[in-house]
Design a protein around this ligand. Structure first.
Ligand SMILES: [Zn+2]
Length: 271
């Protein structure tokens, strides 16, 4: 009789433990899925947040990411069309495409992707207006941006040239920003080429003319494709290609921010 009571108490204890574990697992699962609902594209792109251990690290990550601000700079605008097609056209009515329009459209798409992921983001222009290089850089400084991303498209006198190039500010070092300018450009270039399937021209140093010399933070300047090349220009004329450009830039920027955060001292767990 005593033995039987003891056996029952083991069973009751066992059942209590199982019930406790089920309740705990339910609460944990709900918490994780709620987080995913709030930020679908965020978790889609940072898949390593999905395991239970990493969801703890994601709290630190989310705090750190809120400290970062990305400034998107759609190249040219207003009186300055940037590259045009047909090239060297003196009559503005005969211009079929202007670089400034492609730059703005890709930038607005990129802005939405970042914003919807909970990344703090600002733009130097959101419409067709004239802006000096210096004013763009000063805005980024005033906002204390972590990263300055300028969106452009290329042009060359030989129309067969095509592909994607990303420029960087060589004076940016890892000690100050957690990433070198070159590494930041490489991360963006890799994702752009992967997404677009364009020729990979590689990364290059910004020339003094393109430098936005007053900006304090890393500059990444993407030349998405060549307006002077028939194939690239036809691609740029499609909504799909411009969306892919924004997507490539978006993933590249997330990777840059990840490396910056990892260098901050409390690195998130990487796969
Ligand atoms: Zn340009």
């Amino acid at each position: 009789m005593i033995k039987m009571v003891r056996n029952y108490s083991y069973i009751i204890f066992g059942v209590a433990v199982i019930v406790f574990l089920v309740i705990a697992a339910t609460i944990l699962t709900n918490a994780v899925s709620k987080h995913e609902e709030n930020n679908p594209s965020f978790t889609k792109n940072i898949s390593w947040l999905n395991s239970p251990i990493d969801s703890i690290n994601s709290i630190t990550y989310k705090q750190k990411i809120k400290e970062k601000l990305v400034v998107i700079d759609p190249g040219h605008g207003g009186d300055d069309p940037g590259a045009i097609y047909p090239h060297n056209n003196t009559n503005s009515k005969l211009i079929e495409v202007s670089e400034k329009d492609f730059n703005l459209d890709i930038s607005l798409k990129l802005y939405d992707l970042l914003k919807n992921s909970g990344i703090r983001v600002e733009m130097t222009r959101q419409d067709d207006r004239t802006l000096k290089l210096q004013d763009r850089g000063e805005l980024a400084n005033r906002l204390n941006a972590s990263l300055f991303v300028s969106i452009h498209n290329d042009s060359y006198k030989i129309s067969s040239r095509n592909g994607t190039t990303t420029y960087f500010n060589p004076s940016i070092n890892a000690a100050s920003y957690g990433i070198t300018g070159k590494r930041a450009a490489q991360l963006v270039q890799k994702e752009l080429v992967k997404e677009l399937g364009t020729i990979d021209i590689g990364v290059r140093e910004l020339t003094p003319k393109m430098m936005y010399s007053n900006t304090k933070m890393p500059i990444v300047l993407a030349e998405v494709a060549y307006i002077s090349n028939d194939s690239d220009r036809q691609n740029l004329n499609t909504e799909k290609f411009r969306m892919k450009a924004a997507q490539g830039l978006y993933v590249g920027i997330l990777n840059i921010l990840n490396e910056m955060i990892a260098a901050d001292g409390s690195p998130p767990t990487q796969p």
